[in-house]
Every structure is written in C-alpha cells, then in structure tokens.
Write a protein that binds this ligand. Sequence first.
Ligand SMILES: Cc1cc2nc3c(=O)[nH]c(=O)nc-3n(C[C@H](O)[C@H](O)[C@H](O)COP(=O)(O)O)c2cc1C
Length: 294
Amino acid sequence: MGAVIPTPFYMNKGLRELPAQMGIDNDEKIEGLKELTGLLHKTDTKAIAHLNHPGRMVNPIIPGNYFISATDKPCENGGTIPNRMTQKDIKAVIRLFSESAVRVQKAGFDILELQFGHGYLVAQFLSPFVNDREDEYGGGFEQSVRFPLEILSAVKAAVNLPVIIRISGDEMIPNGIILPEMEEFARLLEKAGAAAIHVSAGTVCSAPPWFFQHMFVPKGKSWAMARQVKRRIKIPVIAVAVVGDSVNSEISATSGRAPYFLVFNENGDFLKVLKNPALSLEHRASTVIINLLL
Ligand SMILES: Cc1cc2nc3c(=O)[nH]c(=O)nc-3n(C[C@H](O)[C@H](O)[C@H](O)COP(=O)(O)O)c2cc1C
C-alpha cells in the first residue's frame, strides 16, 4: 500500500478527544509505536503520524482534560469555556508539537502531518470567527498565521521528516476561514518548508457535516478547493472526500491531473493504487478515493 495515517496522537494526556486514543506524550510510547511502524514497513507501507492539538475541542467527558484556545469563547456546539492562551501558553504548545515530532521520528514514522484545520487549536487561531485576540497572534491574516508558522518552523528544526499540513480550505461558516486566505497560507507554508498540503473543509465545532463529509454535503467541493490551492503552489496537494456514484464534473476535472489514486471500497478496505488514472465507471463505484495532486 502507499501510506497509512493512523488516528491522531494526543500530545498530552489532558488533550484527548477519545478515551481510547493513541498518545505520543512521553518517551515510553516510542517502543510500542515502533511496533506499529514496523508492521506497516513490513508491507512496504509508509507510516504517517498525525499530530493534533484540539484546543477548546478536547473531549469534556474525559477527566483531567484541559481547555485552551485563541479565545475564551466556547464552541458554538456547546462545550467548556476555554482559557485564552497567554504568550507563555503559545510557546508551550509550540514546544509540545516539536517534542512530539521528535518522538514521531524516533518511533520510525516516515512522514509527519500537522492538523492546522477542522476547527482544532491552530484553526482556532486562523479563523476570524474564533480568533478575537488583540496581541500579535490575532487581528488579521498576518497575525493569525504567526502561530502555525512558528509551530512549523519549530517542528522543522526538531526533525528531519517531510511535514504535511492539513487545512480546511473553507470552514463553511459566516466569517470563518475562507479559501483565498488559505491559498495565501499554503504559499507561506510552502515557503516555510511544508512537504505537502492536505485540503479538507469545515470545522468539527461549527460545521461538522463538512468535517465528516456527511453524505448530504455537496460532493466535489473540497476537491475544487484542493485544485485552487494547487494553482498557487508547487508542492503536492492531497484531496480527500467521499466520491461514491456521484462523481461530478469538478471531481473529474481535478482527478484528471492526479498522478495517484488510492481506491477503497465502501467498507474502507484498501483496494489498489492507480497511477495516472482516468476515472472510469469502475472507480466511480468505489466510495473513497484519496487523490494526490502534483
Ligand atoms: C469519523 C471521522 C473522524 C475523522 N477524524 C479526523 C481526524 O482525526 N483528523 C483529520 O485530519 N481528519 C479527520 N476526519 C476528516 C477526514 O479525514 C476527511 O477530511 C473527510 O472525512 C473527507 O474524507 P472522506 O470522504 O474519505 O471521509 C474524520 C472524518 C470522520 C468521518
């Protein structure tokens, strides 16, 4: 297979989304994770570690979890009031990312992915809807990209791995993250050494159907966003979304330029890698296609 991204790692025990989530919060986890990457490597599969800081989106029912954010507004879906991060907190989170990245490398992962989208902590800084700060980390585009760029720079300095950045092309909410700004952000990420940009949509707090790519959301939107982002940068862009039978012209237009597809069936079982594929009827029947654009 090409590559596998296991579910996100928590970077501190108090930052869990799920009780059974895998963690990378201390060095004792490295041995176990080496087993995981070893198994993937045995089948010639690259291992990608996904690091996520949920910020105000940590799970309130897990005892000991703590809530911090760019703001002190709780998630609109309900949730706990977060502590507005101080500059000291910002530095501590940057350190959390870089220390976790070092463990990712020690555990034998080939690639690192940082979650900068989907309404989690970094997106809480990027989103004009959420970020109401008046210091140098809020108040406009230039200020709100400061935190993510500092994280990327610290991670790049700490490890020697390709770093994919996951973004929401559009949060699909009024005054949320919008595509033209994310195109510009992608350019800055490329300049800062990102290896690829992974484009999704929505926020788990305010637009969960887009985050989950619910069957009722229009198909092809996140593919179109990925294509727009790709126009601005040279590094690969990864698009992902349910396809099913409803392959529309947008998806076809995007997929025409893709050098690779990973094709899965409706149960999520991996079927095959296609190189330079033309989207045939057979592929349309597959539910999920991950598309690497070059
Ligand atoms: C149950 C569920 C959990 C998800 N968890 C994550 C996650 O932890 N990190 C992430 O980047 N995306 C997550 N996503 C978003 C997906 O990766 C993806 O952007 C979106 O679902 C579109 O892909 P699909 O059509 O293949 O589902 C999740 C989606 C679902 C449905």
